[in-house]
Unconditional design. Structure first.
Length: 154
């Protein structure tokens, strides 16, 4: 019994000692207050919101750069095919079959392999025997927020 009372007295004394230490100037209890936690969480949310907006813009810029590069490569392939074969390709599949393109690229804006093809009767050289595909564009009607033009006009 004596040990139980001593143990209880020692627990009570240590609790009183901790309370006294907390109330003394210059001694701080470990942990954060609710207000401090709320301020930190608010700052983190503001920074995350700013980062998400910048991430979306960089993804869109990358898609636009990919679209421009794909259009450039396809237009170069159309011109080279027309000059080599003395006839314009009838479709983009002709460019793949003749190995001017490895594959028809996917439009990064619409995420499809559907492209708007321009067929004209313009002949690039006097030796050219027939007309066909002369240009290629995206099928997207969306407008670029950076250039303020429709993707289909690129």
């Amino acid at each position: 019994m004596q040990t139980g009372k001593n143990r209880m007295r020692s627990i009570t004394q240590s609790a009183v000692a901790r309370t006294r230490l907390r109330n003394q100037p210059g001694v701080h209890a470990a942990g954060f207050t609710l207000l401090e936690m709320m301020i930190v969480i608010t700052i983190i949310l503001i920074l995350a919101g700013m980062a998400a907006g910048r991430y979306e813009k960089s993804v869109l810029r990358a898609k636009e750069a990919t679209l421009k590069q794909d259009l450039f490569v396809m237009r170069q392939a159309i011109q080279q095919y027309t000059l080599d074969k003395q006839a314009a390709p009838g479709s983009l599949d002709d460019l793949v079959q003749a190995k001017y393109l490895a594959v028809i690229p996917t439009d990064p804006i619409t995420r499809t392999k559907n492209w708007h093809l321009d067929f004209d009767n313009v002949l690039l050289t006097p030796e050219q025997t027939s007309s066909g595909v002369t240009d290629v564009h995206s099928t997207s009607d969306a407008i670029s927020p950076f250039e303020n033009t429709a993707y289909s006009t690129w």
